[in-house]
Design a protein around this ligand. Sequence first.
Ligand SMILES: [Zn+2]
Length: 383
Amino acid sequence: MNFLHKPFLIIVLFIGISFSCNPQKDITVSTTTTTSTSTPKVISTKKVKNIILLIGDGMGLSQVSASQFYNKNKSNFERFPVIGLSKTSSASDLITDSAAGATAFASGIKTYNGALGVNTDTTAVKTIVEEISKIGISTGIISTSSIVHATPAAFYTHTKKRSMYEDIALQLVSSDIDFFAGGGVKFFNDRKDKRDLISELEKNGFSVSTESLPTNTKPIFSNKQGYLLAPNGMPKMLEGRGDFLSEATKLAIESLSSNEQGFFLMVEGSQIDWGGHDKDADYLISELIDFDKTIGVALDFAKLDGETLVIVTADHETGGFTLASDERGDYNKIKPVFSTDGHSATMVPVFADGPSSEEFGGVYENTSIYDKMKALFFENNNQ
Ligand SMILES: [Zn+2]
């Protein structure tokens, strides 16, 4: 049985009954909410040493809800004690793109759609990576897109147009980033200018792999690490990407946490957005479940560590996605519906856990996420 067939994806809700088909697509439905594992709100007095920012590109509240309905009615989102809402409009448009959205998180400014690390007049603005690297904090970025795609790029580049991928790759080589993993190798080794950016990265102290994440052998953490594991974007979950996102996140945490000064790690579930653009619920939900698993990795580390703040949010919603009833209005049947193949203007949720997580409750502009992260890093370093 396949419950996720197209074009209509319908969940039949048998109250209190769980049933299974293929393991990825088990659906357990309950009308109760007693499965919540969220912890009581505790105002922490500990300082923030590390921040892990997980961005579900295109992930609105319906997407988060879908990740529960399609994941045995449980998810790591339930572990967060603090929830806020972020207003996503850019300087140029009511509906943002990922470039302006990520620039808001990385540099704390509203800019025009398509801009990365530059102001509305195309002047470069400092990124949080540049600012915290100066005080000795290590930084990493991971994405399931190419590493030069808008969201990861906003954290290390200053580019007036997001499509300048080869230029963005060049800027990664000389950036302050200490760890990166994603796709996009062709922008490094198959370039119009014939430069070999892989060897340039190695000259700059990186161990680079274009094959895989390390498996048995323990990586040498004294080196900076780069993983470019696909020509452009990484494969879809439905096409066998496997545990890349959660494994790369584990590896980055292991590596970056060796710095006593702390670390900042940005992890993007890039293809949640692509599922929305394709109006493909199977694609969207499989990417969400993968992202949810990765959130679990971050939360597990943070729980043990005690000085790590975990923030999960989105740059915008994609697809105008809703969990509607079926055509006959049967409230026991959910049919995911898309109202657009583009982005939407709806506010997106912000989830926070760890020291100072209480600061992320409320309704605020997306730029506030940068403001809060920066203040917490600098407060910790007494600067
Ligand atoms: Zn998009």
